[in-house]
Every structure is written in structure tokens, then in C-alpha cells.
Ligand binder design. Structure first.
Ligand SMILES: Cc1ncc(COP(=O)(O)O)c(C=O)c1O
Length: 367
């Protein structure tokens, strides 16, 4: 059997006719930037996410950068980020020239550990960026409480967790302004780069829509120094089609994850995903951990099963961040995750036979 780590086949088959119709509509309308498709999708995604405003932008990294800029975060400000995240969370802080303050995750859920946040707060701290990693919602009550106590902003990085909830409230609706990505393989993915901001704050929403469009509301009149980071009409039209299927795909992801967990339970030396109380998990990734990661990866790959590593090098040990002077050992939990994590194939449309083939192949490795 051959099981790719990522496959969009089943999702594409389901939406193909509607995607072609959406393309045709935009093509014929001859209006390709900031038109009705974008505002329709923004309204639909705001409604989905249960927030007042959605502002479509070019990608998830830009969404994070714009969120930081609307909160006027810059040089001299400190931003708390997880020590284990996709590099974009750190890059956004670097782009606005603020100072990155990494905080370790909980060793079981891999999400920012609220118990460690307060020790990292200084008079310069301005923002906390929780990342709902792999699709599991962070402990948002605790994080919001700390932010409130210290008068800090919260920006959720919701790139991996569209549709996830903490205490039944959707991720992307807790922070002052939040960022998400519609990179093609995300739970809600476009057919190219795309991203968005979500917020309930009218002032922040207005600032974000100005910033994404050269700092201009009225053509050729520029109020602030903005960027060009607009969701385009085609991607918005495609995303509107796919948004209708997101809840169904999430349920499928959760069913596949439950089957993995059921079938892999009890293997000595294999750590399965754990969910924290109140947090839902939409399984953008199903990440297992083992000290024999490299051997297990090779065994699965040799048996036709694709795998991923999210992520092999923690941000503080990346060459790009050499100048921060961190050493191996500075963030041991993030480092251990990098050395032991392995993501299994999890794609809507996966059959029971495929799931069983993956788990049987893992069991054979341990037998
Ligand atoms: C946690 C996280 N933050 C930010 C991003 C950046 O999104 P994009 O690739 O759209 O820039 C991604 C995904 O790529 C991500 O996984």
C-alpha cells in the first residue's frame, strides 16, 4: 500500500465542480483584487469564526505581521511566543523589530504552558502569541487572564486550528486580533497563498484593512505606511466554496485521529497526542513521539507510508536566529519535541484500510 503524508485528492474531488464554477465566475467578472468575492468570504469566515470582522490578507505570516503592526508593536517591545512553533510566529516578531521572548510548551499538549508565562513578563512585554499547535486549542482562559492582569495584548496564531474550540469558544475569537493561514494544506486551504485576521474590535479591523492595502482607504490617498498583502478574488472565491465543507472535514480528521489513538494505544515507548481539559483538537496534524523517531520514520517510509516532522529544528537553534545567542539546552522541551516527533498521514478521505495499514506497520516496528 502507498499512503502519502499529504493528499488533497478526496477534498479536491468533492469541490471540483464548484471550484471550476468559482473560477469561471471570477474570470468573467474581470475584477480580481478587493471585490465582492473577498468581502463575501470575509463575511462568511467572520460568521464561521463567530467574530465581527475578518480581513483577508496575502498569507498567514503577513496576517501575524499586520496584527502586530495594528497593535503598534515595534522596537523595544517584547513579545512572548512558544519555543516550539512553525518559524512564521517568530518571523513576524522579527519583522516588526520587536524582541522575541520564547516560552516553553506543556510537555504533554505541546501548547504554550500558561504556568510559565508570568515569569517571562517584564515591563517591556506587550503581546502574548499563543499558537494552537497541530490543531489543539491552547488553554485560553489562563492565557487571557494573565494578559488581562498584566495589561497585555493577545494575538492568537490560528493557522493550524480553524474550527477548534476552548470551552466551546472558537479559536481565533479570543485574542484582541488573530491571524490565520489558508496555505493549501491547512484545514481550510486555498489554491495558493492566503491568510486572514479576525477580531471583534472595530478600530483594529479598520487599521488592518488600511495596512494590507498600502495604508490607503481611498485610492491614491495614503494614511499610514502600509503593505500590499491582499487576499485576491480567486482565492476568496475558492475559500468560500471550501469553507462550507470545513466542519465535515474536521469531523473526518477527528474520526481518523480517534482510530489511530484506539489502535496505537498501549505501545511501550510511543507517546500519542494528549488533549487538555476544555481544549478541542481539529488534528491539522497527528503527531506521535518516540525516542526511536528516525528508525520508525525510515520503517514507515520503507513500507510506503509518508510521514512528516513538525518541526525538525526549534526556532532558537535555526541559523536565522543565531544572532540571538541561544544554545542547545536553552529550551529543552522544544528540543526534545524536535528530536522525537513524527506526524502520521491524516487526510480527509483516508480509508479504514489505510489507517489500519499505518497502525499495523507501526505495531510491526515495535513487535
Ligand atoms: C503556526 C503557523 N503560523 C503561521 C504560519 C504562516 O502561514 P503562511 O504559510 O500562510 O505564511 C503557518 C503556516 O504555514 C503556521 O503553521
Amino acid at each position: 500500500m502507498n499512503i502519502p503524508f499529504l493528499s488533497l485528492t478526496s477534498q479536491n474531488n468533492l469541490v471540483e465542480a464548484e471550484i471550476r464554477a468559482a473560477f469561471e465566475r471570477v474570470f468573467q467578472n474581470k475584477w480580481y483584487i478587493l471585490g465582492k468575492e473577498v468581502s463575501d468570504f470575509e463575511n462568511a469566515y467572520a460568521a464561521f469564526n463567530n467574530v465581527q470582522y475578518c480581513i483577508g490578507v496575502g498569507n498567514g505570516l503577513d496576517a501575524l505581521c499586520i496584527a502586530l503592526r495594528v497593535l503598534e508593536v515595534g522596537e523595544g517591545d517584547e513579545v512572548i511566543v512558544p519555543s516550539n512553533t512553525f518559524i512564521a510566529t517568530w518571523l513576524a516578531v522579527s519583522q516588526v523589530r520587536a524582541t522575541i521572548v520564547p516560552v516553553e510548551p506543556d510537555k504533554d499538549t505541546y501548547n504554550l504552558d500558561p504556568r510559565l508565562i508570568e515569569a517571562a513578563i517584564t515591563p517591556k512585554t506587550k503581546v502574548i502569541i499563543p499558537v494552537h499547535l497541530y490543531g489543539q486549542a491552547c488553554q485560553m482562559d489562563a492565557i487571557i487572564q494573565i494578559a488581562h492582569k498584566h495589561n497585555l495584548f493577545v494575538i492568537e496564531d490560528n493557522a493550524q486550528a480553524q474550527g477548534s474550540t476552548y470551552n466551546n469558544k472558537l479559536t481565533g475569537s479570543f485574542g484582541h486580533i488573530n491571524a490565520t493561514s489558508f496555505y493549501p494544506i491547512k484545514n481550510l486551504g486555498a489554491y495558493g497563498d492566503a491568510g486572514a485576521l479576525t477580531t471583534n474590535d472595530t478600530g483594529l479591523a479598520q487599521k488592518a484593512s488600511l495596512l494590507r492595502n498600502y495604508g490607503s482607504e481611498k485610492k491614491y490617498y495614503n494614511e499610514v505606511i502600509g503593505v500590499n498583502s491582499r487576499l485576491d478574488e480567486l482565492q476568496a472565491a475558492f475559500l468560500s466554496v471550501k469553507l462550507k465543507y470545513l466542519n465535515g472535514w474536521t469531523t473526518e480528521r477527528q474520526t481518523i485521529a480517534s482510530a489511530y489513538t484506539r489502535q496505537l494505544n498501549g505501545i511501550d515507548g510511543l507517546i500519542l497526542p494528549a488533549t487538555a481539559s476544555g481544549s478541542s483538537h481539529v488534528y491539522h496534524l497527528y503527531v506521535i513521539r518516540t525516542a526511536k523517531r528516525n528508525e520508525l520514520e525510515k520503517h514507515l517510509n520503507n513500507n510506503g507510508i509518508g510521514t512528516g516532522i513538525h518541526y525538525p529544528v526549534p526556532a532558537h537553534l535555526q541559523k536565522a536566529y543565531e544572532h540571538l545567542g541561544y544554545q542547545k539546552g536553552d529550551f529543552p522541551i522544544a528540543e526534545e519535541l524536535a528530536e522525537t516527533c513524527l506526524s502520521l498521514p491524516l487526510n480527509p478521505g483516508m480509508s479504514n484500510e489505510e489507517i489500519e495499514y499505518v497502525t499495523k506497520t507501526i505495531k510491526k516496528f515495535y513487535a
